[in-house]
Design a protein around this ligand. Structure first.
Ligand code: PLP
Length: 389
């Protein structure tokens, strides 16, 4: 990982660097991969891939899953299936990762960025209702609304769905980093028209790289067609439209099959890591942690804390640099989309709350394989800054 290379030279030798969210193995990957190789199925088809898709759909309580080579590809296919076209608006939260919106922008859509709510750091249903009513008055409703499940915190799907249903606007849930999270007792993204998960190297379930699109079989059949170069059924190559090469290979799916049974254990591990940070640091003046609304169980994919520099006596950057000096990776809360030069002119609704989180927020090492002694090093380093501050 590039981040290892960026650690300063003075990082203590002999101690393993502590990363934000490194991949963890279940131990069954080699067996699953060997079995798949022996079966002769290497192509993006066959029993391993089908079994993985079924397991992913079951774990997300979705009617069907389409395994793809990234979460970004899944988002792109969703936008195609939903008919996003030049001039359309696509709405998402400003506090997300760029992959949520990049494919829609590349298709000629105009993004509109909505602020998140303080109770969840995800899409604010009240703001969404207001903005949809205003858009209806303007006569320019969005083609799709895309709530993003930040740091493993699911979005409030019943409220978002109800707001969108009133105007007939579909919901695409970017649950890329929220596998294992629950909202109103259901998995992240459940209840949306379509949703997306990612198996990127830093996610809670990883295949090294990959993703899935979830939704009803009719929408997914179209997405599956596009994912395989939009090949029509014919002996020769026949195409009514252009597609993509987005399918997941069987060996990758085998890794995913070995990983999936670990999901619940990993959520419990990440939640325990969050609690330990909160117990060890939550009493410090000026330190608060990402909230969790009563209707949600965050996967706590990443622990995020907010540093009030006045009350804490040091700012977020001082903490981040103190951690880096000890070989510990941390990362500012994602920079909101409305502050990204790429989206300088995009319309938005609010953004001050997300901007504050970017200013003062820090994500701490949260991997499900993080050992107690390693987490102790992170905590001690932050306590050290508190004493100096
Ligand atoms: C990881 C992530 C993505 C992208 O998934 P990839 O599999 O890396 O393409 C998109 N959105 C969010 C919120 C993510 O965390």
């Amino acid at each position: 990982m590039a981040s290892i290379l960026r650690f300063p030279r003075e990082a203590r030798v002999g101690q393993r660097p502590i990363l934000l969210s490194p991949p963890e193995l279940s131990g069954n990957e080699l067996d699953e991969v060997a079995q798949t190789l022996r079966s002769g199925w290497l192509a993006p088809a066959g029993p391993t891939l089908a079994a993985f898709e079924q397991a992913v759909a079951a774990s997300m309580q979705a009617p069907e899953a389409l395994a793809l080579n990234s979460g970004t590809a899944a988002l792109h296919l969703a936008y195609r299936v939903l008919g996003v076209a030049p001039g359309d608006e696509v709405w998402t939260t400003t506090l997300t990762f760029i992959a949520t919106i990049a494919p829609a922008v590349q298709m000629g859509a105009t993004p509109r960025f909505l602020d998140v709510c303080p109770q969840s750091w995800t899409l604010d249903p009240a703001r969404l209702r207001r903005e949809l009513a205003a858009a209806a008055r303007r006569g320019r409703l969005p083609r799709v609304v895309v709530p993003a499940d930040l740091f493993g915190q699911p979005s409030d799907m019943p409220a978002i769905r109800a707001a969108c249903a009133r105007w007939g606007v579909p919901v695409l849930s970017d649950s890329a980093c929220a596998m294992g999270g629950l909202q109103h007792g259901r998995p992240a993204g459940a209840g949306a028209d379509m949703s997306v998960v990612s198996f990127n190297g830093n996610k809670i379930i990883t295949t090294g790289g990959g993703g899935a699109l979830l939704g009803d079989p009719a929408l997914l059949a179209r997405a599956r067609h596009l994912a395989h170069q939009a090949r029509e059924v014919a002996a020769h190559y026949q195409h009514e439209t252009t597609g993509h090469n987005y399918a997941m290979g069987s060996v990758t799916a085998a890794i995913g099959l070995a990983q999936l049974p670990e999901l619940e254990r990993r959520v419990i591990a990440r939640r325990a890591i969050f609690r330990r940070y909160q117990e060890a640091l939550g009493h410090l003046p000026g330190i608060t942690f990402m909230p969790e609304p009563g209707w949600a169980r965050s996967s706590r994919w990443l622990t995020a804390m907010v540093v009030d520099p006045q009350r804490f006596g040091a700012d977020r950057e001082l903490i981040r640099m103190a951690l880096a000096a000890q070989g510990i990776e941390s990362r500012p809360v994602w920079k909101p989309m409305h502050l990204q030069p790429a989206f300088r002119d995009a319309p938005r609704s609010g953004g001050a709350f997300a901007a504050g989180l970017f200013e003062d927020g820090l994500c701490l090492p949260s991997g499900s394989g993080l050992e107690a002694a390693e987490q102790g090093r992170v905590i001690d380093a932050i306590l050290g800054v508190a004493r100096r501050g």
